[in-house]
Design a protein around this ligand. Structure first.
Ligand code: MG
Length: 367
């Protein structure tokens, strides 16, 4: 197929509760949505980039610029484009994986819709529903945290992830363990907030039987994570460190993690995400699917990825109402602690255009 035009749209979706991590706090999701228009139909993607480069080096205005000025013109020149050809065609542009992922995903969506095949089928999903976990931001108080966790468990979430930072780690974990018991599937995410000098502080988490501690150290410090993995009983999981298949392989080789959180947006798209999944399966390393507060467009694709056989831990793919009162697709709902994997062609979801128009703050058509 050939890309005739593309639309880059920025939309603002208010969050139902503000989300705070060790790096940043946000009260809304500002989403860059990419729509590619081809002779055989359209495809959509939700670019993972945030307005500020606080979590990832890539950020929304930069992603929009690199798509408009470099990536899209290259793809539009190609007489016959498929998702598998997107990364090779864009190889001259260094980095910018989130921008590349958005284009690859939109092309894949268009391609699969034209072929009548779902993301799940294309990627190799082995289940039609996945267990839902929830990521709990750093709240104002312990009481607020316990109340939020209680609410999520009542809704049926299968796993709780607490965001931690120095000064907000053992105390909240202990409080959640004491209130909800040893059987609760519990893990923590530091978003790079600790240093190699904090090994003792992190070792204090070992007594709580956590599933894992996610990204304790700086993204670039793979040797530090390997050292920490040897010092902790709690499994170390990487997230921000893994920006490519090559880095995933290096991390496994160094013993820098025993679990991986795969985010398709960060690694350049679902094809690379699947390759990382396959690598981890070959190494016996369990993986799970992280989230970037995606709209329904991104959530749908993540659900297909999370249905692959190596995704043996519940991910951060939560129901829509955990994030948004109103989304740009029909909401995903919890069914007995699980979320159904879309089975329709492409991502299997339709954008509700009148809602999207109302939430849109800018839109540019490139042709
Ligand atoms: Mg994380």
């Amino acid at each position: 197929m050939k890309i005739d035009a593309a639309e880059l749209r920025v939309a603002r979706l208010p969050l139902v509760i503000p989300f705070r991590t060790s790096q940043a706090s946000q009260a809304e999701r500002v989403a860059l949505l990419v729509r590619v228009i081809t002779g055989q139909g359209e495809g959509w993607a939700d670019c993972g980039a945030s307005p500020e480069p606080w979590y990832e080096p890539e950020f929304l205005s930069g992603a929009r610029a690199v798509i408009a000025e470099h990536l899209l013109p290259t793809l539009m020149q190609a007489p016959d484009i498929t998702a598998a050809r997107v990364q090779p065609l864009l190889a001259q542009v260094k980095g910018n994986e989130m921008a590349k992922a958005a284009l690859e995903t939109a092309v894949l969506d268009a391609e699969l819709r034209a072929a009548g095949m779902s993301f799940a089928q294309y990627l190799g999903a082995v289940t039609d529903r996945v267990p839902a976990g929830v990521s709990v931001g750093i709240p104002g108080s312990l009481a607020e945290l316990l109340s939020q966790v209680e609410g999520y468990l009542a809704e049926g979430y299968q796993r709780i992830k607490l965001k931690i930072e120095p000064g907000w780690d053992t105390e909240p974990v202990r409080a959640v363990r004491e209130r909800f018991g040893p059987d609760l599937a519990l893990q923590v995410d530091a978003n790079q907030a600790y240093s190699r000098h904090d090994a003792r502080r992190l070792r204090a988490l070992d007594e709580f039987g956590l599933l894992l501690v996610e990204q304790p150290l700086a993204a670039g410090d793979l040797p530090g994570h390997a050292e920490l993995a040897r010092a902790l009983a709690t499994p170390v999981c990487l997230d921000e460190s893994v920006t490519s298949l090559r880095l995933a392989a290096v991390a496994l080789e160094l013993g820098a993690c025993s679990v991986l959180n795969i985010k398709a947006a960060r690694v350049g798209g679902y094809l690379t995400a699947r390759a990382i999944h396959d690598l981890c399966v070959a190494h016996g390393v369990p993986v799970w699917c992280g989230g970037l507060l995606e709209t329904g467009v991104g959530r749908a694709a993540n659900l297909a990825l999370a249905a692959l056989p190596g995704f043996t831990l519940p991910g951060d793919v939560s129901a829509t109402d955990r994030y948004f009162a109103e989304d740009i697709t029909a909401p995903f709902v919890l069914e007995d602690g699980h979320i159904r994997v879309p089975a329709g062609p492409g991502t299997g979801v339709e954008v509700i255009m009148d809602v999207l128009e109302r939430l849109t703050v800018s839109c540019e058509l490139l042709c």
